[in-house]
Write a new protein. Structure first.
Length: 262
């Protein structure tokens, strides 16, 4: 259950939104066109939670609040621009190690509005979708000596995290990413960054205390477009080593017998 109410007169222009998820009641309230404030209440049962929600709604209606047909109208406009998205990734990389980098990015996002968090995830998904190519998959296969579906996702997340220029150059010409692969050789790390794919969801949980199921329900309202990859027709064969070597000779000579793997 979700309902948004608004109250407007000469002095006020306020919203009040209540959402029930199982036994948890989430209330947003404040001035229209702001992120507002949030309260979360936990009840002993879903029935008790729903009864309290209905009671609160009736009280607000008696005070003159009116239903709003689209709850997203009262959410603060996102300030998460394309430039800021890449700037946050750049700043995160200045931290000591990957764990600290992800923690910084997560906590930084958690301090921003909910819509900024959704927008960050939307931009991440949009850019991430661009690297779902057969050519890049072949390159990842060579570098790591194998590459499953999940492994390719985590590889692409790592590559995106290297920055916009490196990311898009690698999509067009995979051998250009050698410059960012080299530092991993001495460290013995694989080019994988699964954590980036869930950083927005975790930031939302840190901000609100609500779990990932709730986050993705809310995200779907913000962005109904699914960036789910379709089946990709690979134009290479893992058994055709000669073909892979001819396609990416530099990557092959450097990594085929020295895989970057866990």
């Amino acid at each position: 259950m979700q309902i948004t109410l608004v109250y407007k007169d000469e002095q006020s222009n306020k919203f009040w939104k209540v959402e029930r998820r199982d036994s948890k009641l989430v209330i947003h309230f404040g001035k229209v066109d702001t992120a507002g404030r949030m309260q979360v209440k936990e009840f002993v049962s879903a029935e008790a939670c729903e009864a309290e929600a209905e009671k609160l709604i009736r009280a607000k209606l008696k005070k003159g609040y009116k239903p709003l047909t689209c709850s997203m109208q009262v959410m603060k406009d996102s300030t998460m621009s394309e430039a800021l998205f890449w700037e946050l990734i750049k700043k995160a990389k200045t931290k000591l190690d990957v764990d600290e980098q992800m923690e910084w990015l997560r906590s930084t996002l958690a301090k921003r509005s909910e819509k900024d968090i959704f927008r960050f995830d939307q931009l991440l998904n949009q850019h991430f979708d661009q690297s779902y190519t057969s050519s890049l998959w072949a390159a990842a296969y060579i570098v790591m000596g194998g590459c499953s579906d999940d492994c390719f996702d985590y590889f692409r997340a790592w590559l995106l995290y290297q920055g916009k220029d490196i990311y898009y150059k690698a999509i067009e010409s995979p051998e250009t990413m050698i410059s960012v692969l080299k530092p991993l050789e001495a460290e013995g790390y694989a080019p994988q960054l699964e954590e980036l794919l869930s950083v927005a969801c975790e930031a939302y949980e840190e901000k609100t205390g609500l779990d990932n199921d709730y986050y993705y329900d809310k995200y779907d309202q913000f962005d109904p477009v699914w960036y789910d990859e379709q089946d990709l027709d690979l134009d290479w064969d893992e058994d055709d080593e000669d073909g892979l070597q001819m396609r990416f000779p530099v990557l092959w000579s450097r990594y085929w017998n020295n895989h970057l793997e866990y």
